[in-house]
Design a protein around this ligand. Structure first.
Ligand SMILES: NC(=O)c1ccc[n+]([C@@H]2O[C@H](COP(=O)([O-])OP(=O)(O)OC[C@H]3O[C@@H](n4cnc5c(N)ncnc54)[C@H](OP(=O)(O)O)[C@@H]3O)[C@@H](O)[C@H]2O)c1
Length: 207
């Protein structure tokens, strides 16, 4: 990746976003991360990126009012003009939007209807944008991870938490870095190669 590359990582203070910020920094990218409330965690990501010799800044962005697919749509709309300009004025001649959906965006399960609806929407919107913007040097990709060992599951409560624990009993979860590797592979691909979709499941995960 060229030294002028910049990555914007929403939700970059923890979990998949944190691992992605560090992986992209290792690939030579400066990063902008966003966080909702974890300013200390975001600051620690900025420091870790700077320790890798890249520039980093953390911005507060709360998309609580636009959960799942709407949040993705508003962020994509906001960054589109900048990405199109970068794609057509830098050495790489391409820019990337990499959306994180989930296996829940491919397979629906009782009890998580809203999550399913949001993630199916992210996958569908990404494919529509891919068709719309490919000839303007903008690539759209979607990654659909299975269970990853992050704090996400810790936010669940009651029956949902119990059901989720049962579903993943005995499953060795992915590490955030497993997903970050895929993101870096997409973002460092030469212009001719667009990776449209990647599903990454833990080896033990059946659904
Ligand atoms: N973990 C999994 O098993 C898994 C599997 C498939 C897909 N995914 C998807 O991967 C993405 C990242 O998940 P993760 O596991 O890395 O989650 P996580 O560890 O809980 O981290 C979530 C990140 O998003 C930020 N965030 C949360 N709510 C927000 C809001 N309303 N507005 C703005 N920022 C917000 C958090 O900021 P603060 O810390 O400041 O709140 C944090 O930086 C999600 O889209 C998730 O659906 C995760």
């Amino acid at each position: 990746m060229s030294s002028s590359a910049i990555g914007l990582i929403t939700g970059g203070s923890r979990g998949l976003g944190r691992a992605t910020a560090l992986k992209l920094a290792e690939s030579g990218t400066d990063v902008i991360i966003t966080y909702r409330s974890g300013k200390d965690e975001a600051t620690s990501v900025v420091e870790a990126v700077e320790a890798l010799g890249r520039r980093a800044v953390a911005l507060r962005l709360d998309t609580t009012d636009f959960v799942n697919v709407k949040g993705v749509m508003y962020v994509v709309k906001a960054v589109l003009p900048h990405l199109l300009e970068a794609a057509n004025s830098t050495d790489r001649q391409v820019a990337d939007v990499i959306n994180i959906s989930s296996v829940a965006g491919r397979v629906a399960t009782a009890g998580v209807a809203i999550y399913n609806a949001g993630k199916f929407g992210v996958t569908a919107a990404t494919e529509a944008w891919r068709q719309e913007f490919g000839d303007r040097n903008l690539r759209f990709s979607v990654i659909e991870p299975g269970a990853v060992d992050t704090e996400l599951f810790g936010h669940q409560q009651g029956h949902a938490k119990e059901a989720e624990s049962r579903r993943f009993e005995g499953v060795e979860k992915l590490h955030p870095e497993d997903v970050a590797d895929a993101i870096a592979y997409i973002a460092t691909s030469p212009r001719r190669r667009a990776i449209n979709e990647i599903v990454i499941r833990p080896t033990d995960q059946k659904f």
